[in-house]
Ligand binder design. Structure first.
Ligand SMILES: *Cc1c(COP(=O)(O)O)cnc(C)c1O
Length: 375
């Protein structure tokens, strides 16, 4: 075997996003023991940074040592008990995964099935809550990465409260790219990922739990069905001031990376980062229009960080993506499910949300589309 030296790509798909060199450098620093006092200091800083990022005072805010999917699973496996009715809003790939998580946690999912490419209608969600007064939880995806649609998280969380439900929110693609206000919106359990708008490497999932969520977990009658993701056990490592105990060996160097991405985010400022995502989105949309390309999603519910671009009739979707990668070194994403073959997904997440990247992407697309016409 020989060492692996990958080509430098510009990652502009649905994730992982382009990782900033400062983050890679931070990750190459000497590994400390996972209970080393210096490392514990770093853990405290990460918890503080994530609280600021989630805009919450929740004490239970930390990164799960695994990707966004594990954060999702942690929320469901801890909050859902045998027989709990959970209303799941599905308008893409990730809502369906939430439903699967409810089933595996022993709960009873009630699906609010929403057309892909559109946002959940709060009135329809309210009808489901009314029809199921026994429901304990409302779960939905804030930023649906499979379609590029943003849900009205504030309104949906207020509805959950009105009908005495806890809310579980998927913020994997939203966090760092658009506002996510955990306390103001009254979110009870939320999970995100390191590899989307935080520009970090894949493999960590920031989560946060409200006091109401913790109370439900505390009153469980049955054991959490996952040992590794049992919140109470994990917190013996992440909390326990002065008395932290071993649960699992934290991915020490990966956490250096997340710490650095938080340092960079607060150097820039959260609002400035949101603005940068939005500005580059507008630049992309106008450049796409010049190429005769349009977006799938209505402007009012579009995510700036995930752009679903309609593939024009007669264009070979996969061939264009292939040329982008091989001729231009740029990764863009394909459509999933009912949108397979119909859209490209261009991510403007984290470090990829820069005017230089948008320019390169548009040039690459222009050349890749023309190359298609000639062949
Ligand atoms: C990427 C993503 C996930 C899963 O995150 P992984 O890090 O791939 O496990 C979950 N939900 C949404 C909305 C995502 O975009």
């Amino acid at each position: 075997m020989k060492s692996f030296h990958p080509e430098k790509r510009l990652l502009m798909g649905p994730g992982p996003s382009d990782v900033h060199p400062r983050i890679l450098e931070a990750m190459a620093r000497p590994t400390l023991g996972h209970l080393d006092p210096d490392f514990q200091g770093l853990m405290e800083e990460i918890k503080g940074g994530l609280k600021a990022l989630f805009m919450t005072e929740n004490r239970m805010t930390f990164p799960v040592s695994a990707p966004g999917s594990a954060g999702m699973e942690m929320c469901f496996v801890n909050l859902v008990e045998e027989g709990d009715v959970v209303i799941v809003v599905k308008n893409g790939v990730f809502g369906e995964r939430m439903r699967q998580n409810v089933l595996r946690s022993g709960g009873v999912p009630v699906l609010v099935d929403v057309e892909w490419g559109t946002a959940p209608d709060p009135a329809v969600v309210e009808d489901a809550l009314k029809a199921h007064p026994e429901a304990k939880i409302l779960a939905f995806v804030h930023a649906e990465t499979s379609t590029g649609v943003c849900a009205d998280a504030e309104t949906l969380c207020a509805l959950a409260k009105k009908y005495n439900c806890l809310s579980i929110v998927d913020a994997v693609t939203s966090l760092g790219g658009i506002p996510v206000r955990v306390d103001e919106w009254g979110i009870d359990a939320i999970y995100s990922g390191s590899q989307k708008c935080l520009s970090c490497t894949p493999g960590l999932s920031p989560v946060s739990f409200s006091e109401a969520a913790l109370a439900k977990i505390k009153n469980r009658k049955s054991l959490v069905r996952s040992w590794f993701l049992d919140l109470t056990l994990v917190m013996d490592y992440w909390e326990g001031e002065g008395g932290r105990s071993y649960h699992h060996t934290a991915p020490v160097n990966a956490l250096y990376g997340l710490h650095e991405s938080l340092v960079m985010l607060f150097e820039e400022g959260l609002e400035a980062a949101w603005k940068r995502h939005n500005d580059t989105h507008e630049m992309l949309v106008s450049g796409l229009a010049d190429l005769g390309l349009s977006l799938l999603v209505d402007p009012a519910i579009r995510l700036p960080q995930l752009n679903a671009v309609t593939v024009p009739d007669g264009v070979d979707e996969a061939a264009v993506r292939g040329r982008m990668l091989t001729d231009h070194g740029i990764e863009i994403g394909a459509g999933l499910g009912p949108l397979a073959g119909k859209i490209w997904r261009i991510g403007l997440m984290g470090n990829a949300a820069r005017p230089e990247s948008v320019k390169r992407c548009l040039e690459g697309l222009s050349a890749s589309l023309t190359a298609g016409h000639n062949s």
